[in-house]
Design a binder for this molecule. Sequence first.
Ligand SMILES: CCCCCCCCCC(=O)SCCNC(=O)CCNC(=O)[C@H](O)C(C)(C)COP(=O)(O)OP(=O)(O)OC[C@H]1O[C@@H](n2cnc3c(N)ncnc32)[C@H](O)[C@@H]1OP(=O)(O)O
Length: 173
Amino acid sequence: MAEDPGAFAEDPDAFTIEPSPSGRLLCGGCAPHDVCRLGVEIAEARDDAVRFEVVCPPFWHGGPGVAHGGWTAAVFDDALNIVALRIEPRLVTKSLAVRYLRPVPVGRPMDLLARIERHSGRRWEVSAEMTLTGTPLATARAELRTRRPHHFARHEAWLARRSPSPNGPHAES
Ligand SMILES: CCCCCCCCCC(=O)SCCNC(=O)CCNC(=O)[C@H](O)C(C)(C)COP(=O)(O)OP(=O)(O)OC[C@H]1O[C@@H](n2cnc3c(N)ncnc32)[C@H](O)[C@@H]1OP(=O)(O)O
C-alpha cells in the first residue's frame, strides 16, 4: 500500500498496493500485519500469469474441514488482482464469477494459477484455477477496471452526503 499513510489520509486516491517489507503484495487490511491472513503466497510470477500457493486457515472453515465459499471467492479476488497489479497498481474488481467444482479442504496447500486473458485501456479480463494435486477445485473469472482519478474521493464525497445518524448506521432508513 502507499508508503506514506499521511498522504493517503489526505488523498485517498494516492492508495496503491506496493510490496510490503517482506516483499508481499498485501491488501490494506493485511499490510499492517505483513502477512496475508487469507493464506495467499506468490510462488512464481511471469509477465501475464502468477502461480500462488494458497492454504485455507482453520478460522475460514464452512463445513467440517472444508473452506467457506467466501474464502475461496476472496482468494480469487486477491489473486486475480495481483496478476494485473504487477502492471497496473490502481485496480478495482467490477465483477467476479466463481465456479465451485469440489469442496476445498482447510489446511492443505493448493495451487492457484491466475492469468491475464485480455487487457485494453481500463479494461482487464482475468481468470484463475485452484487445484489440489492437479485436480481443479474451483475456477474464477473477473473483470477489473483501472480506477478513474478520484475514485476513492468520489466515494468519500458520496458517503459524506449521507448524513450519519446519531443512533448508528442501521438507524438511517
Ligand atoms: C493482496 C493485494 C492485492 C489484492 C488486493 C485486493 C484487491 C481487491 C480488489 C477489490 O475487490 S476492489 C473492491 C470491489 N470493487 C469495487 O468496490 C468496485 C465498485 N464499483 C465501481 O466502483 C464501479 O462500478 C466501476 C469503477 C467498476 C465502474 O467502472 P466502469 O468502467 O464499468 O464504469 P464507469 O467508470 O464509467 O462508471 C460507471 C458508473 O459508476 C459510477 N462510478 C464509478 N466510479 C465511481 C465512484 N468512485 N464513486 C461513485 N460513482 C462511481 C460512474 O459515475 C457511472 O455512473 P452512471 O452509470 O450513473 O453514469
